[in-house]
Write a protein that binds this ligand. Structure first.
Ligand code: HEC
Length: 439
């Protein structure tokens, strides 16, 4: 039975309209919001892991950094779990709104995309191994090995967002997809590397800001007990945040000016430039805090966090504005294709109204037998020519046989019964066989 006949007789609905479960605008707003929450924890995981590796290294010379590395390492495993859980929201939204572009990019980067799963697993397990062996592998070679573990997991943590980023970047440029032959060639499209640099600095800046809050808490400082005061700790983390934010003023313009023109619009500048100006103010504040007198460190933390959030929200919205503009023409083409498909399907449906099973043609009904009976050759059962000789002028004889086949030919397997088709259909089939069998 060919596919269209099947479609005409099947009771299943013949075309599946798949509307979005929520209004498109709402899904896009949720995408930006969910993504920012996710990336917050990704930043803390990547930035945290990097700082742990650095502090533990400094700890070889100065023990106070070693203690600091341990306290920070404890937050990394928590943040990485939150990053994964919070990654579900944006993934669902992006699947819904940018299905074609997103899956297109996933498929094109093939192996690298799939490798994310083992990479994440390995990075997580190493992060736990690192945390739980802290006191067991504390001296000599064991300590060096211990440091090598965090170095490895940090490298993995750095690779994972890179693969993600390559995908997110690639999905923006469908017109370039024909040039892509796997992951590495996908890196030549768009501007993956400046984006990655921007992401890395954001990770460090955010971890710095979070550290300035976390290590201000008395209970954490008491537990840390490495001789550093909460003022010293806050100053250290503010300084980290300040320098990472400052370097964004090199990375940011590189990113902006290497963006392919396709998504660059006045709207993008209207969002990015004020956000960058706020970022500059933020940088100066952070710098001032990290250099100024100790009393200055007491206050203003929450304000800085709010400031930081506004900058991040601006950058996130700018990112979305770029994506929208870059994909506008492709989205439009996809919409036109879908509309063309829907109208041709509708035309076909009108020309071929659904029919119920009783209206199946004799030929369609005979399809059940055709697997074993060919017109003029032995298949599983005897040929139609042979059957027509035995049952010439006796269609009811075929009905009786097919309802409860006997065992006749010693060199043939037994035929299964077809009683479930009922005498009417079997009669139609029998007449069809007698009429069409070669004489
Ligand atoms: C799974 C394979 C298979 C299917 C499907 C099948 N048959 Fe058969 N058929 C056989 C085999 C095997 C024999 C020979 C059995 C024997 O001689 O013992 C046979 C024999 C026959 C014969 C010859 C009986 C005789 O008296 O010699 C008829 C008539 C027949 N089938 C009709 C049908 C019809 C009608 C259908 C569809 C409703 C059908 N068959 C579907 C395998 C099949």
């Amino acid at each position: 039975m060919n596919a269209f006949l099947f479609l005409a007789t099947t009771p299943v609905p013949r075309d599946l309209a798949l509307p979005l479960p929520l209004p498109e605008g709402l899904l896009k707003a949720l995408l930006v919001l969910f993504f920012l929450v996710h990336i917050l924890f990704v930043n803390l995981t990547v930035g945290g892991s990097l700082l742990v590796a650095i502090f533990e290294f400094l700890g070889f010379k100065n023990k106070k950094y070693d203690a600091l590395a341990l306290e920070l390492a404890k937050t990394v495993t928590v943040n990485k779990s939150l990053a994964v859980v919070m990654g579900i929201g944006p993934l669902l939204c992006i699947n819904l709104v940018y299905t074609v572009q997103w899956y297109g990019a996933n498929a094109l980067t093939g192996h690298a995309w799939l490798i994310i799963i083992p990479l994440i697993t390995a990075a997580f397990l190493l992060a736990y191994l690192h945390k739980y062996t802290w006191h067991r592998w504390e001296t000599g070679t064991a300590k060096k090995f211990h440091w090598a573990i965090v170095l490895t997991s940090t490298l993995l943590f750095l690779c994972i967002p890179f693969v993600f980023l390559a995908n997110v970047n690639l999905m923006l440029f469908p017109s370039e997809w024909d040039k892509v032959k796997g992951f590495f060639s996908s890196l030549k499209i768009g501007n993956v590397f400046p984006r990655y640099l921007h992401f890395l600095l954001a990770s460090i800046a955010l971890t710095g800001l979070a550290g300035a809050g976390w290590f201000w808490r008395k209970i954490v400082v008491d537990h840390l007990d490495n001789g550093m005061s909460r003022e010293q700790l806050r100053r250290l983390f503010y300084r980290i945040a300040a320098w990472a934010t400052g370097l964004q003023f090199i990375a940011g313009p590189i990113l902006l000016f290497t963006l392919p023109g396709v998504g660059v619009t006045p709207l993008l500048y209207k969002i990015i430039l004020p956000s960058a100006a706020l970022g500059l103010v933020l940088f100066l504040f952070l710098l001032k805090k990290s250099k100024g007198p100790e009393e200055n460190l007491q206050h203003g933390y929450v304000g800085l966090c709010v400031f930081f959030s506004i900058v991040v929200l601006g950058m996130g919205s700018g990112r979305h504005a770029y994506r929208e503009a870059a994909l506008a023409s492709h989205q439009q083409q996809v919409r036109e294709r879908s509309a063309a498909y829907e109208s041709s399907l509708a035309a076909w449906n009108t020309a071929n109204p659904p029919s119920d099973e009783a209206e199946e043609t004799p030929e369609q009904l005979f399809a059940t037998c055709a697997a074993c009976h060919a017109p003029d050759a032995k298949l599983v059962g005897p040929s139609l020519r042979e059957i027509a000789t035995i049952y010439a002028g006796n269609p009811d004889g075929i009905v009786t046989w097919a309802t409860a086949p006997g065992k006749k030919r010693p060199d043939f397997p037994p035929m299964p019964p077809f009683a479930h088709l009922g005498p009417d259909k079997l009669r139609v089939i029998s007449e069809f066989i007698l009429a069409t069998a070669p004489k």
